[in-house]
Every structure is written in structure tokens, then in C-alpha cells.
Design a protein around this ligand. Structure first.
Ligand SMILES: Nc1ncnc2c1ncn2[C@@H]1O[C@H](COP(=O)(O)OP(=O)(O)OP(=O)(O)O)[C@@H](O)[C@H]1O
Ligand SMILES: [Mg+2]
Length: 348
């Protein structure tokens, strides 16, 4: 048996969690679940490389949570931590085979490219499938009037089943050539880890209509009721599909405290980013706690989770950034008054 040149290093769940923790604020349950799933993934991959096979089922993960709460961020961070190839796929871009759009097998082709066309590396990669709620089955239009937006959804779920479970897929070895001239190489997806994510933001419309789930920005900070498998089925996810995503984690909307931490704490935080940009102009910037709270308050009005903070900061600092060179040598103090004044000016 060919011994692979490189085995991914076995990193403990605690180490993976710690790595995630530096960049992802809050969402402890999701970070823990992902750390365990990633660890099992590494074990499985190493076992196979040594010629054995684990009995344990693959722990593909489903992340459910409101927009901008860190689902994609967790997956991306994980990819940086682990020494395995990684791709992000958008479920809405895929269609059933034979329809106009991408075949789900294309995501394995993309993983193959991310793995520098190395088969063994591809077979231990991670595929993150975003917007998974957008491929819910919508058979007869209106539960609510909002239905029937994606007729192909069910077919895409069906097509994904075999990938999630483990199948041999033939991917083109040379994407620059014309399709018909490709050479194909078989990739076994058995050990590829799939992380799926979705907001399921209108889930309450499909869950009997009586409960209102605590999603959507207005309720940020409150922990919504648990979403059950039954809710997801009613929403239009196939039970076979959910069955292949045994680890299901619900993320919560970020609290104000967490939003503040996101501004300040991660090594690549927004504040550090802007401070660095201005430092290049010789401008110092000081963020007062009152100013940061105001940024959070403005961002929350946008209902886009942490994503809104970049837009708010961009507007609040646009004058400063524009005048960077002429402000050289000065210190800009960002307090509540500054944030309010600048936001008003830019119509935020
Ligand atoms: N928990 C968090 N910790 C640190 N940063 C975060 C967190 N959540 C979100 N962010 C920041 O906000 C940005 C948007 O978050 P992300 O892309 O993960 O949202 P999402 O949950 O995938 O939302 P969507 O459902 O809209 O795709 C990230 O790039 C990151 O900078
Ligand atoms: Mg996302």
C-alpha cells in the first residue's frame, strides 16, 4: 500500500476549539461541535491512510443560525487551522443533473483544485455548503405564499445525498480544456467532511405557524427556541438528507457584548484593520467604549449581525480615511458623538 507522503497532523478537539476561539466570538456550542467533528475527521482520514477503516459514521455538520452570526466564519477559520483543502459552495448555484446550472459534483472538482489536484488530499478535504435552506423542497407553492421559490431544491438535496454519504465521483483533471476533452480522475468522497449552513430565517412559517422562532436581528441576544428535526422536515429538508448531517448545531444571534468583542478581540478585528490603514498615513485612532457601543447599536439596526459592523465603520470612518494624509500626526478620537455625527453625515 502506498504510504501517503503527508498525513494531516492529529490536533486535539481542545486545540481546535482554542484556535477557533481566537477568531470566533461566542457560539461556544458550535465551536465545540465543529472541533469534535473536525477531530473525528482527522482520525478517520489517518485511519484510512494506515489501511484501516473506522466504524464511526462521518460527522457531517449542519449549522443553523441567523445571518452574520459566524457560520461561514467558523468554517473558514477551521480550514485555516487544519491542514486540509477546503472549498465553500453556495447551494443555490447547483441544480439537478441535466438542468442548467452546476452539477453538485462540481464542488468536488473545486475541492480537487483547492488540493492542487492531489487525489489523496482531496479525499480528506472539507466542503462547506452555504445557503442549504434555499434548497428546501417547495412542492406545492404556498404554505405561506412565499413558497415555490426553488423547484429544483429537492433534486439538489437528492444529488447531494450520494456525495455526503460517500461515492466515487469523476472529476476533470484539467479544467482549462474543453469539457469534452477532459481526462477524469476518480475521487472517493467517503472521507470528505461536509459542513452545511443555513439561516432558515422563515422557518417559523413552516413549523405549524404558532411559534415565532427567535431569529432575525430584532431579537438579537435572545436565545431562540430549539429548532427540531421535525421543524426542518416541515421546512422541506429531506429526512435522508438530514440523516447524513448527524451533527446539528444552532447558533444564536450575537449579543451586544459579543458584537463589541468582535470589534476588538480577534487578531484580525475590524478595529485593528482600520487602525493599521490609518497608521500608514501617520494617523492614530482611539476608539472610546462609548463610540464602540454606538457602532454596535447602528449595526444592529441593519439586522445583518456582525456583517453590519463593517459597513457602519466604513461610513463612520469615511471622512477620516479620505482625509488620512492631511491628518498625519493627529489622533482621531472615536466616541459616541463622533460616531453619531459621522453616521448622520453619511446617511446611515
Ligand atoms: N461569532 C463571530 N465572531 C467573530 N466574527 C464574526 C462572528 N460572526 C460574524 N463575524 C464577522 O462577520 C462576518 C460575517 O459572518 P459570517 O459570514 O460568518 O455570517 P454567516 O453566519 O455565515 O451569515 P449568512 O447566513 O448571512 O451567510 C464574518 O466575516 C466575521 O468577520
Ligand atoms: Mg454565511
Amino acid at each position: 500500500m502506498a504510504v501517503p507522503r503527508t498525513l494531516p497532523r492529529l490536533v486535539s478537539p481542545a486545540e481546535i476549539y482554542e484556535g477557533l476561539d481566537r477568531y470566533v466570538i461566542g457560539q461556544a456550542r458550535a465551536k465545540k461541535a465543529v472541533a469534535i467533528a473536525a477531530y473525528n475527521h482527522l482520525k478517520r482520514v489517518r485511519a484510512r491512510a494506515m489501511g484501516t477503516k473506522l466504524l464511526a459514521r462521518k460527522s457531517n455538520v449542519l449549522l443553523i443560525g441567523p445571518t452574520g452570526c459566524g457560520k461561514t466564519h467558523i468554517a473558514r477559520t477551521l480550514a485555516h487551522l487544519l491542514d486540509v483543502p477546503f472549498v465553500v459552495a453556495d447551494a443555490t448555484e447547483y441544480t439537478e443533473a441535466g438542468y442548467y446550472g452546476k452539477d453538485v459534483e462540481v464542488m468536488i472538482g473545486e475541492l480537487f483544485l483547492a488540493a492542487d489536484t492531489e487525489v489523496a488530499a482531496t479525499e480528506r478535504g472539507i466542503v462547506f455548503i452555504d445557503e442549504i435552506d434555499k434548497i428546501a423542497r417547495r412542492s406545492h407553492g404556498a404554505v405561506t405564499g412565499a413558497g415555490s421559490r426553488d423547484i429544483g431544491g429537492e433534486g439538489v438535496q437528492q444529488a447531494l445525498l450520494k456525495l455526503l454519504e460517500g461515492r466515487q465521483i469523476f472529476v476533470p483533471t484539467n479544467v482549462t480544456q474543453h469539457w469534452s476533452k477532459h481526462d477524469f480522475v476518480p475521487i472517493d468522497t467517503t472521507d470528505i467532511l461536509f459542513l452545511c449552513a443555513g439561516t432558515f430565517s422563515d422557518l417559523h412559517l413552516y413549523s405549524g405557524g404558532t411559534r415565532v422562532l427567535g431569529f432575525g436581528g430584532g431579537t438579537a441576544g435572545k436565545r431562540g427556541p430549539r429548532i427540531t428535526e421535525k421543524d426542518l422536515l416541515r421546512y422541506g429538508m429531506l429526512s435522508e438528507f438530514l440523516g447524513r448531517l448527524p451533527v446539528q448545531v444552532q447558533l444564536s444571534a450575537l449579543t451586544d457584548e459579543e458584537m463589541l468583542d468582535i470589534l476588538v478581540k480577534p487578531p484580525d478585528s475590524l478595529l485593528k484593520e482600520y487602525a493599521e490603514l490609518l497608521r500608514l498615513d501617520g494617523v492614530a485612532i482611539r476608539f472610546e467604549p462609548s463610540g464602540l457601543r454606538e457602532v454596535v447599536a447602528l449595526a444592529k439596526r441593519r439586522d445583518t449581525g456582525a456583517r453590519g459592523m463593517r459597513a457602519v465603520l466604513e461610513e463612520v470612518l469615511s471622512d477620516t480615511l479620505f482625509r488620512g494624509p492631511e491628518l498625519a500626526g493627529q489622533t482621531v478620537v472615536v466616541d459616541a458623538a463622533f460616531v453619531r455625527a459621522q453616521a448622520e453625515k453619511s446617511g446611515a
